[in-house]
Every structure is written in structure tokens, then in C-alpha cells.
Design a protein around this ligand. Structure first.
Ligand SMILES: [Zn+2]
Length: 397
């Protein structure tokens, strides 16, 4: 157990280090060179204040908010002076200060940039982006903002200009008629272009429940779902690490309590390449048996989470477990996944499935999870399915 702790801590430490390095380099103040590259929003030129810092272009957050104000990508900014926190609310109209879109005149304006220590929240979720303060305003990388706030950024290198939510550069593609009033189609999942190394892929392994949240319990058989989940998930994580993948766990301790909200936020912050959640099932009548995999509703007619669910089912059948139909469940407003983990992952374009290998309240099933060998077989089956899925999806040799 200690080894796993260290491994995961190391990954978290690396994240912290990258953030800290950013802080150190900016602490003394960096040279920020005003960038005069023209910027177009929906094909119209705007006058933004942007600076080149360490070879990256940083844009004034309030300029971008003002520029997108009348588009479907508008967002509101609120700043809390006391906590030094910036709150962005997407889909809301921006309240202008009147200071936006008025860059300083001149050709050689150099300013001092100081690393921003302001916390950033987008729709209530903490987000860590590289940021600098120049003259009391906060500046972010345009690409980072585009990704976090879902607007399109392109660098037109031939004509030395930046395009935001403008006509796509690629003229080989048939042009879509631009209808800015309508919400955009969800982006296509990225096509794998080059073969990847397993280490490039971050797999989030979620041992369901934990601590005070035990999940379902079969007292007679001495089975507690949160513990069974943990034991399978940790073995799965070990196997993935041995195969070279980068693994992050949502829960570290066998008895640790982690809320669903925290797990969902972790997915949104880390944006792993895959989320695999390990659960075990039960029903009120104790009469159901068989493996059940829950996939994302957007993939109901086919898609990555369905592909993975099918691979998992095939592996479960190979080790002698019968499988039930893949479950897709919509939330009450019929707009998104019912299950929080699947919904959070879908919200950031991450593939996720929940595996329920067996019903621990049914005699036909509990015999398949009541020994260490059983749990190892389950973890191995999951590993084979996940590994095959990743190799297919990311063209890993
Ligand atoms: Zn569960």
C-alpha cells in the first residue's frame, strides 16, 4: 500500500512542481513585450492588449470577455478582492468596466509581468492556468482560455494574425455556414494522429465509494463494496503502471472517504485520457446477477465508452461471468449522463465507464468475488480490456 501511496503522491507532486516553477520564474517580474499581432473575433479585427512573456502570448482576460460579449461564448467575470479569486461564469453576459480593448499605443511597449496568484474558478470549478499580472490586470494564454472556455483559437501564421471564433483556416474542408446564434456542435473527439507512448496517457482509476460511504454490504459473506472496489482498482492500477501508463487514483486509502463532487472535480481538473470506475452491484430483491458496465449516453449509438464497455464485457465473459446489457442512463432533464462521474468526464470530452463486475448480494455472483484470486482475475480482465482499448484508440505499437 505504501508503494502506491508514494507513486500517486509523486504524480501529484509533479503537478505541484510545475505550478511552483511557474510561480518562481515570475516572482521577480518578467519582461512583457506588447504584441501587435492583429486579432480577429468572428472575422472582425479587435484591439486587444496582449504581451509576449517567455515566448508565449498572454491576453488580458477582460479584453477577451469584452470581445466575446455578443457571441454564444460570452462569459462574466467577478473578482473577489478579499480572497484574490476570479470567478468566470460561462454563458452569461459580460459586465464591461469600460477599460477593455484599449491597448497602449506605440510600437515598443515593455512592461513588467508578475506571476498572478489569483485563484481561478470557471463555473465553480477551480482551474489552474498560467497567469500574469500586468498593471493590476490578469493575463492568460489565449489557447488556455480557448480550451477552458470552449472558444476556438487559431494562429494564422501566413498572415501573422490570431483568429478567435472566426472562419476556419483549413480551406480544404467544406465551409460550414456560420450560425453564431446556435450552440456549437460538441467537438469531435480528437483523432489519434501519431502513435503514442503508454506513458503519455493518463488513466484515472476510481475505486468506488470508500470510508464512511461503504457502498453495498453483504454482512454474511463479509463483503463490503468499497473494499472490494479498492482491492480490484489498485490491482488494475498496478497493472496499468507496469504496462507504462500514467495512473492517477481518485481515492488513495482503502478506508478513505472521498465525495463524488471531489471525484468529479478531479476529472475536470486533470482531464485524463480515460476514467475507469470500479464498482460492484446489488439490488433490493437480491435476485440479479451478472456483470453490468455503465457507459456514456453520448455513445449510445456507438462511441469510445461503448467500445470500451464491449471490450470489458468480452473479457468478463472469458473469465466465466455472464454479462448484462450496457447501461446508458440520462439525468432527469434528459440532457446528460445520470451518473456523476460519466457526466463530469463527458463534460470535458473524457471517455469514462463504470464497471460492476458482480452482484455481491446474490449467491450466483458473490462466489466470483469472495477470494483474492477472484479479484485478481477481475482486475486482469479489466486491464486487458483497457489496454486493448487504449492501444486501438491511440495507435500504440
Ligand atoms: Zn457502487
Amino acid at each position: 500500500m505504501a508503494k502506491k501511496w508514494r507513486k500517486t503522491k509523486w504524480v501529484l507532486l509533479l503537478f505541484a512542481l510545475f505550478t511552483a516553477l511557474g510561480l518562481c520564474s515570475g516572482a521577480a517580474g518578467l519582461k512583457a513585450q506588447l504584441n501587435n499581432m492583429p486579432v480577429l473575433v468572428q472575422d472582425e479585427a479587435i484591439a486587444v492588449e496582449a504581451y509576449n512573456i517567455n515566448d508565449y502570448n498572454y491576453f488580458k482576460l477582460r479584453d477577451i470577455a469584452e470581445a466575446l460579449k455578443s457571441t454564444s461564448k460570452s462569459f462574466e467575470i467577478q473578482y473577489n478582492n478579499t480572497t484574490n479569486a476570479i470567478y468566470i461564469s460561462t454563458g452569461q453576459a459580460y459586465t464591461s468596466l469600460g477599460t477593455e480593448l484599449s491597448p497602449p499605443q506605440g510600437t515598443n511597449t515593455i512592461k513588467q509581468a508578475v506571476n498572478s496568484r489569483a485563484a481561478l474558478y470557471i463555473d465553480g470549478v477551480g482551474v489552474e492556468l498560467s497567469a500574469y499580472n500586468i498593471d493590476d490586470y490578469t493575463y492568460y494564454k489565449l489557447q488556455d482560455l480557448g480550451q477552458a472556455l470552449d472558444f476556438r483559437v487559431e494562429y494564422d501564421n501566413d498572415n501573422r494574425r490570431v483568429l478567435i471564433e472566426s472562419t476556419p483556416l483549413d480551406t480544404d474542408q467544406p465551409e460550414q455556414p456560420t450560425t453564431p446564434e446556435q450552440p456549437e456542435e460538441p467537438e469531435e473527439p480528437e483523432e489519434p494522429e501519431e502513435p503514442k507512448e503508454p506513458g503519455d496517457l493518463v488513466i484515472m482509476v476510481d475505486p468506488g465509494h470508500g470510508g464512511t460511504d461503504t457502498g453495498t454490504i453483504n454482512e454474511e459473506q463479509g463483503l463490503t463494496e468499497s473494499l472490494v472496489n479498492y482491492d480490484v482498482a489498485m490491482q488494475l492500477g498496478d497493472m496499468l503502471e507496469q504496462a507504462g501508463y500514467t495512473v492517477i487514483y481518485t481515492r488513495e486509502g482503502r478506508d478513505e472517504t472521498i465525495s463524488l463532487t471531489d471525484r468529479m472535480n478531479l476529472i475536470r481538473q486533470v482531464r485524463p485520457d480515460l476514467v475507469i470506475s470500479v464498482h460492484h452491484n446489488a439490488t433490493t430483491n437480491h435476485n440479479a446477477s451478472g456483470a453490468e458496465v455503465l457507459a456514456q449516453v453520448a455513445d449510445k449509438e456507438g462511441g469510445p465508452s461503448t467500445e470500451l464497455a464491449e471490450l470489458i464485457n468480452a473479457e468478463y465473459e472469458k473469465i466465466g461471468q455472464k454479462v448484462r446489457p450496457i447501461v446508458y442512463r440520462l439525468n432527469s432533464s434528459q440532457t446528460a449522463d445520470y451518473y456523476g462521474l460519466l457526466r463530469a468526464a463527458a463534460g470535458v470530452d473524457v471517455t469514462a465507464v463504470i464497471s460492476e463486475f458482480a452482484f455481491l448480494d446474490n449467491p450466483e455472483d458473490w462466489v466470483k468475488i469472495d477470494s483474492p484470486e477472484d479479484l485478481q482475475a477481475e482486475a486482469e480482465a479489466l486491464f486487458r480490456a483497457v489496454d486493448t482499448f487504449l492501444r486501438n484508440t491511440y495507435s500504440i505499437a
